[in-house]
Write a protein that binds this ligand. Structure first.
Ligand SMILES: [Mn+2]
Length: 345
């Protein structure tokens, strides 16, 4: 038998194997400095009283991302030109990215999952990878951050980290009668207890839900940067994100950003466990994601709480996928000046 002359062509989104953006599946040993590493944590046992379903988020986002990939590949030379900015975007020839698959998860043992994600994230982080983590419920942010911090500390002594939380909810409970100290409503408090993090480098964006008295007291006493969806409406997302990025990056080595898709108004995005009305718009969310793509202190991010079963139209999955791809734009896209490509007349 000779070698086959069957050449793989571009594929529409509904064909082929599924990985995030059709990236190659990689192992930890394939991770190199500066590589974007997509990984999933398909759990929802960090939810103690609300609606579950976020365990199906990573697979749904991977599938949805194929639609975006096809959007590039079906255009000649993968070149597409934005009519507003007159800037062309072209898929990079060699993507410095990979899909690590999902970290080991244990659906009936949250602490075992916690250990697994901390370990896995530290392996990504210590190799200098740029983690893009798909939840899972928002508890995922805690082990994801802890692992990132652990790996970072191995690379740099006395490293400091900032943290931006883009969410309708603070997730800053200390403890809860039903959920205890480790669940999707406490993980920012747990993250704030990491010795690599100071209160002055915490920032919340898009809050749209009341807080407990102890959280309110901490906010007042430490002047915590908690900004709301109402603040976004009043000042604009550009201003609010700029302030959050300044707060989180002040005097630190890198910033971790955690995103809950429920930051978006429930009118526009229903596919999540704890939807809230009167949140930020999808447009504002996308502008925030574009800003993160240009935020040079960004060291890692997660996007959580996408629950496809509550998302009959698939729109929340599509929004989440587009948001991730916006943040990952520096790894995906080259900007091209279309004037240089036009046929001279
Ligand atoms: Mn939330």
């Amino acid at each position: 038998m000779g070698s086959s002359d069957y050449e793989r062509d571009v594929m529409p989104y509904f064909a082929g194997l599924v990985s995030f953006f059709r990236l190659p599946e990689i192992g930890f040993d394939n991770i190199t400095e500066g590589m974007a590493v997509v990984a999933g944590v398909p759990i929802d046992n960090g939810i103690y009283g609300g609606r579950v379903g976020a365990r199906f988020g990573p697979r749904a986002i991977r599938e949805s991302s194929l639609f975006s990939r096809a959007g590039f590949e079906l255009a000649p030379d993968t070149l597409r030109i934005d009519l507003d900015s007159d800037v062309g975007t072209k898929l990079k020839e060699n993507l410095n990215m990979g899909d690590l698959g999902d970290f080991n998860i244990y659906p009936n043992d949250l602490m075992k999952t916690t250990e697994s994600v901390i370990h896995g994230m530290s392996e990504v982080s210590k190799r200098g990878g740029f983690p893009a983590v798909m939840g899972g419920d928002h508890y995922v942010a805690y082990p994801s951050f802890e692992g990132y911090a652990k790996g970072f500390a191995e690379r740099k002594e006395n490293a400091r980290l900032g943290f931006i939380h883009i969410d309708a909810h603070t997730d800053f409970w200390d403890s809860h009668a039903l959920g205890g100290k480790y669940h999707h409503g406490t993980m920012v408090r747990r993250i704030s207890e990491n010795p690599m993090v100071d209160y002055k480098n915490l920032a919340w964006v898009g809050l749209n839900s009341p807080v407990t008295l102890d959280q309110y007291e901490l906010k007042r006493n430490h002047d915590l940067k908690m900004t709301t969806a109402q603040n976004v409406r009043e000042k604009g997302i550009t201003q609010i994100m700029t302030e959050a990025m300044e707060t989180a990056s002040d005097g630190v080595d890198a910033v971790y950003v955690s995103i809950d898709i429920d930051v978006i108004d429930a009118h526009e995005s229903t596919g999540t466990g704890s939807p809230e009305f009167h949140g930020v718009t999808t447009n504002e969310f996308f502008e925030a994601m574009d800003m993160l793509a240009g935020f040079d202190m960004l060291g890692a991010f997660d996007l959580c709480e996408v629950a496809p079963e509550w998302d009959p139209s698939g729109q929340t999955v599509r929004i989440a996928t587009s948001g991730m791809l916006k943040v990952l734009a520096p790894w995906l896209i080259d900007n091209v000046d279309p004037d240089e490509l036009l046929t001279q007349s």
